[in-house]
Design a protein around this ligand. Structure first.
Ligand code: PAF
Length: 283
């Protein structure tokens, strides 16, 4: 496994593989890797000749300076995991490599970015689009892998690929959960033991709501989740939205779409967690 820090070295290395007719897959990450990331890596390794994993804590997508400062970083542990997973190249650039100049590009994802995370994290998706497009230009992958835990991010990246006419297969991969149900996240390691215990209520409530939804209206299901979460001391709910899984726009009846997902964001103490659940999905 090669660890590369510059775009020029990355391009030189990848052009050799491309000349050999090899396919290239990319897994963009911000490091602090867990089994959720590794599930993306395994899919990528299985589906491509060459797997590139990028590790870069992207400053332009953090709307909160403390969140950026506290974001967990552990490059050597990450590289050990990636080596075991048969990754070919780790791309771990410095901020000055990715942003030699400030990136002033403004993307328009309306209405995908006007809902859910949008109002709570102004500029977040623009920053994600800035870095992911730069990574796409640097790697020119055949396929790129993203987790469905960041459900809105995945929809926005698919949209960005269309807007930019890129020929990259965007592969969404299912949420990976801890044995007790908590969705895996690099932020979980920032939770105190007590918060970690409490955080379990999130996935439990979403799974309970799946059963509740079977004989109740969409509005009642939404209230069911909101009431349960609001009743927990130490939680601060930002939103729970039940949306069309393609357009991300809220739906009001179970018949309104054939793909319906409930997305939640809340603070557990000072740590912001997100999760989602599929109520209805087309095969
Ligand atoms: O999902 C993430 O970890 C990040 O948003 C991404 C896609 C690596 C861009 O920095």
């Amino acid at each position: 496994m090669k660890v590369i820090n510059t775009i020029s070295e990355l391009r030189a290395e990848l052009s050799l593989h491309r000349a050999d007719g090899k396919t290239i897959g990319l897994v963009p990450t911000m490091g602090a890797l867990h089994n959720g990331h590794l599930s993306l890596v395994h899919r990528c390794v299985a589906g491509n000749d060459i797997t590139v994993v990028s590790i870069f804590v992207n400053p332009t997508q953090f709307n909160d300076k403390n969140d950026l400062a506290n974001y967990p970083r552990n490059l050597s542990a990450d590289c050990a995991l990636l080596e075991q997973a048969d990754v070919d190249i780790v791309f771990a650039p410095e901020v000055s490599e990715m942003y030699p100049e400030p990136d002033n590009r403004v993307f328009d994802f309306h209405p995908l970015d006007s809902v859910m995370e949008g109002p709570f994290r102004p500029g977040h998706f623009n920053g994600v689009a800035q870095i992911v497009s730069k990574l796409f230009y640097a790697v020119e992958p055949d396929a790129a892998y993203f987790g469905e835990k960041d459900f809105q991010q995945l929809a926005i990246i698919r949209n960005m690929v269309q807007q930019l006419n890129l020929k990259i297969n965007i592969v969404g991969c299912p949420i990976v959960r801890e044995p007790d149900g908590l969705a895996m996240s690099s932020r979980n390691m920032l939770l105190t033991a007590e918060e970690r215990e409490r955080a379990l209520i999130i996935s439990r409530t979403l799974f309970d709501s799946l059963r509740f939804a079977a004989d109740n209206t969409l509005d009642d299901t939404k209230s069911y989740v909101e009431d349960k979460i609001n009743a927990v001391n130490g939680f601060r709910l930002e939103y729970f939205s039940i949306v069309n899984g393609y357009t991300l726009q809220p739906v009001s009846n179970w018949d309104d779409a054939d793909y319906i997902v409930g997305c939640i964001a809340l603070f557990c103490g000072n740590i912001r967690l997100i999760d989602n659940i599929k109520y209805k999905e087309v095969e």
